[in-house]
Design a protein. Sequence first.
Length: 369
Amino acid sequence: MRIETINVYTTPLPVKGGVYRMASTDVQSLDSTLIEIVTDDGIIGWGETCPVGPVYQPHHALGARAAIAEIAPGLVGLEIASIRLLATRMDERLNGHGYAKAAFDIAFLDLLGQKLGVPVSTLLGGALTDRVPAYYSLIVGPPDETARVAADKVKAGYPRLQIKIAGRNLEEDVATVHKVWEAVGYKARIAVDGNRGLTVAAAIHLDRLCQTIPFVFEQPCNTMEEVATLKGRVTHPVYLDENTEDQNAVLRAISTGIADGFGFKVTRLGGLTKMTTVRDICAIRSLPHTCDDAWGGDVIAAACVHLASTVEPRRFEGAWIAQEYIDGHYDPENPIVIRNGHIAVPQRPGLGVQPQAKKLGGPIVTYGR
């Protein structure tokens, strides 16, 4: 099974409801990049990468497509057998840019799973469950409205809520955390996500003013060094998200003991293959984590769910996919959807989704022999 053709597609993903608001940025429409790999025996594999604009992380849509342009020509003609060898070939074409390489890694696993007749979860070590818990992200908003949405999402079955804060007066953030707690209590686990938007002083202040509310404090400050200074000064467990830019960053955070858990993004860490490494390191240290991505449609959602199903449930913090915030599906026949706060793990070979290319329009570029 050799790579015959690589097609690159782009598709806009408007935010349902208008704006997705975080501490660092507001987004109204996302620019997703999909790759379609066609092999010489007619099997088609898909990958996707979709940064949340250009400031959430050092990733952006045009950068992903520029990186793909460097990598793709060197992959045409290669055999889909060793994922590690294919990763080496990508590194020989381009240094870094893991978020673009992740799309290829996902597509390679999709192809291999189809060839072997097994789901991607099997290639990642084997599923431990047939459905995984999701969590809902409450955007930065007025305290009362955020609490109302939180209560609705708990009724809809979500076992975990993420409250986005920062980028405004600390008093509003504190009020929001208290209002959500009053609305849902122990009916859902809570994460308070600063998205790097708080100073150390503000993080400590918020921690003290919300001391009686059980939550995990996700990425409150901008740098790992700032987060490190919180150790022993806050009462809530601190999780890292944006700072985990690669495997080395995860190792550093674990070895220095500054993280009590993580919010992991598949594309940020370079794909599913690299995510399995940090998954297993976290298992050794008994550190909980999520399996998410920044944004995207059914392809990246399927990738997140396959990986999530391989994580030991007691250490799993949930999967976040963008389905609640976007309309439609790449594969209407086998969509990745959240029902009762959980997501079914695809059972078909490969990712279990096959986007309809006609829904994406024509490819913006094709690489082939």
